[in-house]
Design a protein around this ligand. Structure first.
Ligand SMILES: [Zn+2]
Length: 179
């Protein structure tokens, strides 16, 4: 279900929404309070090693349990995208990164308990600085340093992640560096 359709009560005064159809933004009949349904901001890291391989992880939880993903996650309030990227990579795989560069953004959808949360994924490339990979307990079941072939791309959990990796692969191929 779309988030706007699941949104029934005003968070300011508690008035129940009168419309049956989802409205964007939500506008309260009681007090006029308005809630926007903009996407939640998230970051994804295309982390490479000295051999030009990319770090991918296997997801331990739904959504898309068992599929491949990249280190990343939701941006906390008050955090920059760059801070979120550093934090998520450190939390999920225990690595410090350097040379962070913005690559592209893509809309995503995070299905959680029957509600589809709109997300905007922002992708960065980065290189490993230091640290042994240690995966966060329960978040990640496996990790790989890999080349970006079609089989790997087909296993990505989210189309937004797949699109970013395909775009990155295209840039690398165009620059003549082997990927
Ligand atoms: Zn209200």
């Amino acid at each position: 279900m779309e988030l706007a359709a699941a949104y029934c009560f005003c968070p300011a005064c508690g008035t129940k929404r009168s419309e049956f159809e989802p409205i964007r933004p939500f506008r309260c009949d009681g007090c006029g309070h308005t809630t926007f349904f903009g996407p939640v901001a998230a970051v994804g890291a295309i982390v490479t090693n000295n051999d030009g391989e990319v770090l991918l992880i296997r997801r331990a939880h739904d959504p898309a349990r068992g599929k491949l993903g990249m280190p990343g996650g939701f941006i906390d309030p008050g955090e920059t995208a760059e801070e979120a990227l550093r934090r998520e990579v450190l939390e999920e795989v225990g690595l410090q990164i350097r040379n962070m560069k913005y690559l592209m953004s893509a809309p995503n959808c995070y299905a959680y308990r029957g509600i589809d949360i709109p997300v905007l994924d922002m992708f960065y490339t980065a290189q490993v600085e230091e640290g042994e990979i240690r995966t966060e307990d329960g978040e990640v079941t496996e990790w790989y340093w890999t080349r970006l072939n079609d089989e790997v791309l087909a296993e990505m959990a989210f189309p937004s992640n797949r699109g970013a990796l395909a775009y990155y692969r295209g840039l690398i191929n165009a620059s003549g560096v082997s990927s």
